[in-house]
Design a protein around this ligand. Structure first.
Ligand code: ATP
Length: 360
């Protein structure tokens, strides 16, 4: 296992990139701790696969270096990096049995037969395929084949890292949840460095200890699921994490006061200085509270009942604004909204402005 370090890494697919816009990955410095379970999360085209391919050695970065531990592997081929990979679609040998497919990486490295049997049985149990070990892979469903790919990716205990690129795309929803839980269990047991690429926040937040959020070729935040929820470092994180995402309202900020376009003032609870650029305040729908008396006037456009709570689709200051209301509460006749103290974030040109005296 190894710590993975990216130094001044950047990548452009163009031979002569002219500016930042020509880079699929903008310059980044980044450390993936040995034994960490990371999810790499972001919408389509933000550079997740590019980054994963650079780590695995399928792609050579146009700038910067990649280290596994102290070793510079930038020019090392995938085979030399001692990693396991699981891709979006199954890669299995149809003519082999399920057992032989799972055993393949171990046999390749000359492990002894008793160990191989023990390890394959353990992995087969994890992916729920003990009963199929003697079957040929041919004719199995795509779902079953992908489980074999996952199992084969995890069968070796001595790899530097396991890289997963959207591995559950073809798996049915119920099994997805089960496999994710088992992957997490496996991580706890064996402590592999795992990097899991996905554009699905549920997948990322349930699998990973640390989530790396990418946007437009950059890592915009690396944090625990709780940090991403409570203190999004970038408006994209606020918008992407949560359901619905964070609300943003244009404002002017001075000290602990945010003044909105209508002249209404929101108390920020802490000094935020006088940020410049496009300044917005960000409020999670869960941190907005409907009242009948105090607060800002809000118009409720639609109510969606989603089980334990309701989502109120509203309008505040002429902009769309979502409120999550606990079950059992009523919408007042002339609704107003207040924000939970200390739960209003400030953004300047999309980046979070930390309250003074506190880290981001
Ligand atoms: N081989 C390539 N040649 C040229 N441009 C590419 C190539 N592969 C990816 N790109 C571009 O690089 C950017 C990042 O793509 P990448 O596949 O890394 O994103 P992604 O986040 O993995 O997206 P997805 O979730 O859709 O796979 C995109 O603008 C994409 O069009």
């Amino acid at each position: 296992m190894a710590q993975i370090t990216l130094k001044n890494l950047a990548h452009s697919y163009l031979p002569n990139p002219r500016g930042e816009q020509d880079y699929a990955l903008k310059e980044m410095d980044h450390v993936w701790q040995d034994g960490g379970a990371y999810a790499l999360l972001g919408s389509s085209g933000c550079g997740k696969t590019t980054l994963l391919n650079i780590i695995s050695g399928l792609l050579r970065p146009s700038h910067g270096r990649v280290f596994f531990g102290d070793r510079d592997v930038t020019d090392a081929a995938t085979a030399e990096r001692n990693i396991a990979q699981v891709f979006q679609f199954p890669v299995v040998y149809d003519t082999m049995t399920v057992r032989d497919n799972l055993a393949f990486p171990l046999r390749n490295r000359g492990q002894d037969a008793a160990y191989i049997k023990r390890r394959v049985d353990q992995i087969a149990q994890m992916i729920g395929m003990e009963a199929m070990l003697s079957r040929k892979a041919q004719g199995l469903t795509a779902d079953a084949k992908q489980k074999i790919s996952l199992g084969r990716g995890m069968v070796r205990e001595d790899v530097n890292a396991i890289l997963f690129d959207e591995p559950l795309t073809v798996i049915d929803p119920h099994m997805k949840w089960e496999l994710r839980t088992q992957l997490k269990q496996l991580h706890r047991e064996f402590g592999h460095t795992m990097i899991y690429v996905t554009h699905d926040q549920t997948e990322a937040l349930t699998f990973a200890d640390k989530v790396v959020v990418m946007y437009d070729g950059r890592v915009v935040q690396l944090g625990t699921p709780e940090e991403l929820f409570e203190t999004p470092a970038h408006t994209f994180v606020g918008y992407f994490i949560g359901s619905p995402g964070m609300n943003f309202i244009d404002a002017k900020v001075a000290g602990n006061r945010a003044t909105l376009a209508s002249g209404s003032v929101v108390d920020l609870g802490a000094d935020h200085g006088t940020p410049s650029g496009r300044v917005q305040i960000g409020i999670r729908p869960e941190h907005a509270v409907l009242t009948a008396g105090e607060g800002l006037p809000v118009a409720i456009r639609r109510v969606e009942d989603v089980g334990r709570h309701r989502i109120l689709r509203a309008e505040l200051e002429g902009q769309a604004f979502n409120i999550v209301q606990p079950e059992g509460l009523q919408v007042p006749g002339e609704p107003r909204v207040t924000f939970a103290p200390g739960k209003v974030s400030v953004y300047a040109d999309d980046w979070r402005v930390a309250p003074q005296g506190r880290a981001v």
